[in-house]
Ligand binder design. Structure first.
Ligand SMILES: Nc1ncnc2c1ncn2[C@@H]1O[C@H](COP(=O)(O)OP(=O)(O)OP(=O)(O)O)[C@@H](O)[C@H]1O
Length: 501
C-alpha cells in the first residue's frame, strides 16, 4: 500500500523531518520503561515501528483497532516518552502501517522492534531510501542491508487458502513457479486491496527459490523500481542497473499502479526491462489494483504487454472462504476464540483479508491480557467499541491538522478567505471529512473554518462528493499530486481514524 508519499501505509505522511536512529532508540527505551517490559514485548516487539520527527514520536501499528486500544491503555506513557526525547513540546502520534500486518502474521518472533521489515512496500523511512530487492547489491545501486531476523520472510503457497475468489490466480501462479517463462507470460494478477496479490507473488518467489535455486528471482514493488532507477540516473550507473534488472529469470513486480508515470524515462526503462526479460525467456509477473486496461495513466505499450499474457482477478472472498481463512489465521492464536467467534469475525469482516487479520489480532490481544476466551458477544463488544471510539475520537481540529499536513498548509490558510485553488480545494476536503467523521453540525464546521455559514459547508461537501464520484485527479502542487482526490480523501480519513492522540 505508500508512493512517492505513502502507499503501503494507510497514513498520510507529514513533511516533518525524521530524526536519526539513536533518537528513535531512546524513544523506544523510554516507551519500554514507561509501560514495562512485558507490555512492550506483547504489544510492540516485532509488530510496530517507531520514528521520531522534530515534533512528534510516531508509533506505527498494524491496524486501527490496535492503535485505538493502545491509545486507551498507554496514552500517558506515550506522551511521557515523547516529552522525554523531544522536550516539553513533544507529542505522540499513533499511526497505522498495514505492512506491519504481514510481518506480524508471518513471523511474530522474528521481527525486530524497530522493524526495517523488508516488505518491499514503502514505509515512510523508505521514502528517503531506495526500495529493496532480495538480491545481492550491485555496483552503483544501494540495496538496503537484509540482516538476520530483520529480513523479510516470504510467504508460501502452503499458507494460501483457496476458494472461488482466487482459484484461477493461484493455479496460474503455481504453474508459473513450476515452469517459469513457459506458460503464462506475463502473468498479471489484479484485485482490490488486501485480497492476497502480494501473498501470491511472494509464494512464487519462495517456490522458485526452493525448487530452482539457480534461477535469478527478483521481487520488488514498482515504486522500488522507480527509486532504483532514479538513483541510478543520479549516480550515473544506469548500465549496471540495466545489467541487474534485464537479466533476471523471474521478475515479480508488485503494485504496478504506483509506477511513476510522470517520469517518462522511468516508464520507458520499465517497458524496456520487461520486454527484454520476456524476450530472453524470463518470466514476468505483475500485480495491480485494477485490470491493465484501466491503467489509463500509463503508456499503452505497457498495458497491452500486460494483456498479452494471462490476466487473472482475485475477488473478495465469499463467506465460506473467509471462514476458512479466519480459521487458518487463528491457528497461531490457539485457544483464544470459540469456533462461533471465528465465524462471527468471518461474517463481519467482508472487505478483505487484512481486515480479518486485524480483528483477530485485536481479539487475541484481549484474550492475552484478560485470559478470558473470546466469545461472540465479547467479540461483538470489543470490535464494536473500537469502531465507535475510532469515530468519537476525531475532532475538527484533528481534521484540520491532517489536511494541513497533507497539503503543506497552515491552519490560518484553511481558515482564511482565500479562494485560491491550492487552499479552497483542501478546505473543501477538510469540511467534507469533518462532516463525515466528526458528525459535527454544518454550522459548527463552517464556524471553525473561518466563520463560514452552513450553506458553504453543504456546498463543499457536495463538491467533494462529485470529485470522488468522478475520480478526479488532484491537480495541486503538493505531495499528493498525481493521485486522485478520492485516494487522498481516503488516506486522510484513514489517518484520522488511526490517530489517537
Ligand atoms: N487466500 C489467502 N489465504 C490466506 N491468507 C491470505 C490470503 N489472501 C491474503 N491473505 C493474507 O491477507 C493479508 C493481505 O494480503 P496481501 O498483502 O497479499 O494483499 P494485497 O492484495 O497485496 O493488498 P494490497 O493491494 O493492499 O497490497 C496478508 O497477510 C496475506 O497473507
Amino acid at each position: 500500500m505508500t508512493q512517492p508519499v505513502n502507499h503501503g501505509q494507510t497514513c498520510v505522511a507529514s513533511s516533518a523531518e525524521i530524526l536519526p536512529d539513536e533518537i528513535t532508540e531512546r524513544a523506544i527505551s523510554a516507551v519500554q520503561k514507561a509501560i514495562g517490559e512485558q507490555n512492550y514485548q506483547h504489544w510492540f516487539a516485532g509488530r510496530s515501528r517507531f520514528e521520531v520527527t522534530n515534533h512528534a514520536l510516531r508509533i506505527f501499528v498494524s491496524n486501527p483497532f490496535i492503535s485505538n486500544w493502545l491509545h486507551k491503555r498507554f496514552r500517558t506513557a506515550f506522551n511521557a516518552a515523547a516529552v522525554d526525547v523531544l522536550g516539553p513540546a513533544g507529542a505522540c502520534e499513533l499511526l497505522v502501517d498495514e505492512t506491519l500486518q504481514a510481518a506480524q502474521s508471518e513471523s511474530p518472533a522474528k521481527v525486530l522492534p524497530i522493524p526495517n521489515v523488508d516488505t518491499g512496500k514503502a514505509t515512510s523511512k523508505e521514502q528517503r531510501q531506495p526500495g529493496k530487492i532480495q538480491q545481492p547489491p550491485i555496483s552503483g545501486v544501494q540495496t538496503l542491508a537484509v540482516r538476520g531476523s530483520n529480513r523479510r520472510r516470504f510467504r508460501t503457497f502452503k499458507s494460501i487458502v483457496s476458494g472461488e475468489c482466487n482459484d484461477l490466480a493461484l493455479m496460474a501462479a503455481q504453474q508459473v513457479a513450476e515452469f517459469p517463462g513457459e506458460r503464462f507470460n506475463p502473468l498479471y494478477i489484479h484485485g482490490s486491496t488486501g485480497v492476497g496479490k502480494t501473498h501470491l507473488l511472494e509464494a512464487i518467489y519462495s517456490e522458485v527459490r526452493r525448487t530452482q535455486p539457480n534461477l535469478n528471482v527478483v521481487y520488488l514493488t514498482s515504486e522500488a523500481f522507480t527509486n532504483y532507477f532514479t538513483q541510478a540516473l543520479e549516480s550515473k550507473t544506469v548500465p549496471s542497473f540495466r545489467q541487474r534488472f534485464r537479466n533476471v529469470d523471474v521478475l515479480l513486480i508488485d503494485n504496478i499502479e504506483f509506477l511513476d508515470n510522470k517520469k517518462k524515462a522511468t516508464e520507458e526503462e520499465f517497458l524496456h526491462t520487461i520486454v527484454q526479460v520476456i524476450e530472453h525467456g524470463g518470466q514476468l509477473v505483475v500485480s495491480g489494483d485494477r485490470h491493465p486496461r484501466l491503467l489509463t495513466k500509463h503508456r499503452e505499450e505497457l498495458t497491452t504487454r500486460f494483456m498479452s499474457g494471462l490476466v487473472c482477478r482475485i475477488d473478495v472472498p465469499c463467506e465460506d472462504t473467509r471462514r476458512r481463512i479466519a480459521a487458518t489465521l487463528a491457528l497461531p492464536m490457539k485457544n483464544s476464540f470459540t469456533q462461533e467467534t471465528l465465524d462471527y469475525v468471518a461474517r463481519r469482516c467482508k472487505k478483505n483479508i487484512r481486515e480479518i487479520q486485524g480483528a483477530l489480532n485485536c481479539l487475541h490481544g484481549h484474550f492475552t491480557l484478560t485470559k478470558r476466551k473470546i466469545t461472540v458477544s465479547r467479540a461483538r463488544e470489543i470490535l464494536g467499541d473500537m469502531e465507535q471510539e475510532c469515530r468519537h475520537l476525531v475532532r475538527i481540529s484533528d481534521v484540520e491538522k491532517v489536511v494541513c499536513d497533507a497539503f503543506g498548509l497552515s491552519p490560518s490558510d484553511l481558515r482564511s478567505k482565500s479562494r485560491r485553488k491550492t487552499v479552497a480545494c483542501p478546505r473543501a476536503m477538510a469540511m467534507y471529512v469533518a462532516r463525515k467523521l466528526t458528525k459535527a453540525a454544518y454550522r459548527e464546521i463552517g464556524l471553525y473554518f473561518g466563520g463560514r455559514d452552513h450553506s458553504t459547508v453543504v456546498a463543499a461537501e457536495k463538491r467533494v462528493e462529485k470529485w470522488i464520484e468522478q475520480d478526479s485527479p488532484l491537480e495541486l502542487p503538493s505531495s499528493c499530486r498525481g493521485r486522485t482526490i478520492s485516494e487522498v480523501v481516503q488516506e486522510i480519513e484513514e489517518r484520522l481514524l488511526s490517530l489517537a492522540i
